[in-house]
Ligand binder design. Structure first.
Ligand code: SF4
Length: 451
């Protein structure tokens, strides 16, 4: 791999840009770098090298994002070039440029309609050659279908493979997931790159802040199609994707999806997991959406040992894990600004207030008011401060807390909150509905123990 210039672009040390090796993002716990390896299939050695790099150059915490990227945290300016050099030395090449996502098992899933890989590669080359200025967070999905398709991933531009009697066609659409994106055209494989580039050029021409949702579909369709803008295509789609966490049969392959609890794992535990899984027969690893690591090469006999190893190292093996809607930052385990252990706090919420965790609301647990893990508002935020752990409803970590309890009173506060919600919940009621109809004062009283 050729290592590009490692001069850090300080103009991009902010939220809103995509953090990369050349443009890391400043967060409360140091610089954050987001990586996407070029190779979809990673070896055990690759993951062990990534763990080693995270430990030596950052604070050791590794995150797998909702889109299946790796994030390393806690870097400083001087460690970024060393990280890039060590990645190159380990033979791990990383993607640059516009994010083009394909399903994690593209090219190896016999149930897919078409292999998205060659189209994504051709598109990547065409965009690089055009040297256009595009929105920093522009996202393109090329989805050939299959068991772990990306139909639920929102993108500025989507290409979805559609099976027809004449072979696979590609539905070009903008601004949404597979169901919500607006159809622009239905294209054969040999026209799909040119067609997509017409949309990319329209985005660039409209200015660097323009996103797919901002474009005019009739104008694009008129320029691209001969009467068929793919509106009928939606009814041809197969059912939605399976959640990647859990056990899958992909043709003759057994694939196990595991997810680090709350999306993050320490390098030591990732390394221990990789060694255990290799001993169980794992041959290959792939990053996937929903913060998932896919483990390939296991036999049915090795599966339960692999699941046991994953659980021991703090990974979830089921998409029903109650903490999946909880976002946590590094907390006291990796950040000097944190006033409490966010991971232990999340475990307390899982243990005592599971009623909050049906997935209908976001829960954010933040070590301090900077709110690195969840910059947007969350239904419930529990935020560490000098005075204890504050409770914010429908807000951000930086918003004023409605109530604060001392750190050593946090677990009893969560137990009281959990009991309140259990007592008030109607049959089959979601956490969202329950929170919406419960007065904030009632929630605050329970949290503070003033009931
Ligand atoms: S404690 Fe958490 S929110 Fe605060 S700076 Fe550290 S990582 Fe960010």
């Amino acid at each position: 791999m050729t290592v590009a210039s490692h001069r850090i672009d300080t103009n991009t040390l902010r939220r809103g840009a995509c953090p990369s090796i050349t443009a890391p993002m400043q967060t409360g716990d140091g610089l954050l770098v987001r990586l996407r390896p070029v190779s979809a299939a990673l070896s055990a050695q690759d993951l062990l090298a990534l763990a080693d790099i995270a430990r030596r150059h950052g604070n050791g915490l590794i995150e797998i994002t909702a889109r299946g990227n790796i994030q390393l945290r806690g870097l400083i300016d001087a460690s970024v070039p060393r990280l890039a050099a060590d990645l190159a030395a380990a033979g791990i090449e990383t993607r640059t440029g516009v994010a083009i996502e394909i399903p994690p098992l593209s090219g190896v899933d016999p149930s897919e309609i078409a292999d998205a890989t060659p189209i994504a590669d051709a598109l990547r080359n065409a965009i690089a050659a055009a040297a256009l200025t595009l929105a920093p967070k522009l996202a393109i999905v090329v989805d050939g279908g299959g068991v772990l398709s990306l139909s639920d991933m929102v993108a500025d531009i989507r290409l979805d493979a559609i099976e027809t009697n004449e072979g696979a066609l590609w539905r070009l659409a903008i601004g949404g997931d597979r169901e919500t994106a607006r159809s622009v055209a239905l294209l054969p494989s040999d026209a799909v790159v040119d067609g997509t580039m017409a949309v990319v050029s329209a985005l660039a021409a409209a200015g660097p802040a323009t996103r797919g949702r901002d474009l005019d579909v009739p104008t694009l369709s008129a320029n691209l199609s001969e009467g068929d803008n793919g509106q009928e295509a939606i009814s041809w789609f197969k059912s939605g994707p399976r959640h990647p966490v859990g056990k899958h049969h992909i043709g003759s392959r057994l694939v196990l999806g595991v997810a680090p609890a709350y999306g993050q794992v320490h390098a030591d535990r990732l390394a221990a997991l990789v060694q255990s899984l290799s001993a169980c027969g794992a041959m290959e690893f792939r990053l996937a959406t929903h913060r998932t690591l896919l483990v390939c090469g296991l036999s049915e006999e090795g599966l339960s040992a692999a699941q046991g190893a994953a659980e021991r190292e703090g990974f979830w093996c089921t998409d029903k894990a109650p903490g999946r809607s909880v976002s946590i930052c590094a907390g006291a385990a990796g950040c000097a600004s944190a006033s409490f252990d966010t991971h232990a706090a999340a475990d307390a919420v899982v243990a005592h207030a599971a009623g909050l965790l049906d997935g209908s609301v976001d829960i954010h647990i933040s070590g301090c008011p900077k709110g690195c893990a969840h910059p947007a508002r969350a239904a419930v935020t529990l935020c560490g401060t000098a005075d204890g752990v504050g409770l914010v409803l429908n807000g951000k970590a930086s918003d004023p807390a409605l109530a604060t309890v001392p750190a050593d009173g946090f677990v009893p506060a969560i137990q009281r909150l959990g009991a309140l919600l259990r007592n008030r919940r109607a049959e089959s009621e979601t956490a969202k509905s329950l929170l919406d109809r419960t007065a904030p004062d009632t929630i605050v009283s329970a949290y503070q123990g003033h009931q």
